[in-house]
Design a protein around this ligand. Sequence first.
Ligand code: DAH
Length: 426
Amino acid sequence: MAALTFAHHILFSKPAVFLHSTKNGGFSTFFSVSAPFLRRHKSTQTIAAASSLLELGGVKISKEDVVKDEPTNNVPDLIFTKLGLQLHRRDHHPLGILKNTIYEYFDTNYDNQFHKFDDLCPIVTTKENFDEVLVPADHVSRSYNDTYYIDQETVLRCHTSAHQADLLRKGYANFLVTGDVYRRDSIDSTHYPVFHQMEGVRVFSPSDWSDFGMDGTLYAAQDLKACLEGLARHLFGAVEMRWVDSYFPFTNPSFELEIYFQEKWLEVLGCGVMEQEILKRGGKTDNVAWAFGLGLERLAMVLFDIPDIRLFWSTDKRFTSQFTKGQLGIKFKPFSKYPPCYKDMSFWINDSFTENNLCEIVRGVAGDLAEEVQLIDNFTNKKGMTSHCYRITYRSMERSLTDEEINELQWNVRDQVQSQMNIVLR
Ligand code: DAH
């Protein structure tokens, strides 16, 4: 069941969720891996020519700026190929349709007061991604196991909250930031190392709340809840909702909004009243603000009935032609389901083993042909050695795979697991 929850999209939530639990219930260890092993991945995907320049939010970037053969860099080739694709800016793509529907809600209800950013460069400093939103120094999200580092001070943003402080400093008081975010993660139908988030921030001044005889925090919390309940109705219709107390480093109090949809409670977003320290550092000592963050894939998967997160990246006409600009909630009709192929692999783990590292190798070799990586057996012998057996599911969403090509992928994975993770296969 864990695989069907979307807890991973809220990385900064209370410990249970926030320690980034893996499907087997294990937790990724903090700084448990040195980055360099990732460097040796060979992607089977075609990479943009080394000399070609990408433009990201007005910044020109070459592959060499992002993927570096250095111990402090853990960005694989495959991740580089996703930079600049900006699925959320395509009006006919489910993520673009969802983004535009949320824009529409804010534009009509707030008289176009919200500034909209959807082209900010995803390469940010660790200061922006972590420090300025008060993520503690020992927080698991800072580890090389969870975040893509370009160098010690530069990362691919792991959440759109990375832009909060900068935009506040620039004087924006109401804004929405949509963007691609990057996290090292496991492999299943709801996890992909690149996904999309939207962040919202609204700043209040004392004159906003003084007339109501309320304190600023209470006023902001009430306004926040009313705003987000309205947004949930705009997206899902007349659904039952509930607020759950939560924890985020950047908000206090913090909440999660859940809706009852298709017979399940679905977590829609995380939010709260912004920590005063963030405002203070942005030069806004007298103000109070609210903030929220939501994962677009999670919502789009239920709104459009999209069964696998890899489909968002598909260029197959049978997928892309099913969506129309401005039409939220058209139900996706699976065009066909090709047969899966399962391959098991057993090995003794070592101290530095993490599931995220294994998944990075599998994605590096098989790309989007890897549907799931699942721990199916786990035991420790009398000598204290722990054995894991992983089942890798290979399946294309677009065609049948041949035995030959799957065998080759699997041999490649086995090779790389041994050479890069220093692991002995059983
Ligand atoms: N940044 C959080 C995450 O990725 C989501 C989030 C939660 C953003 C609460 C917010 C917030 O602005 O107030 O898990």
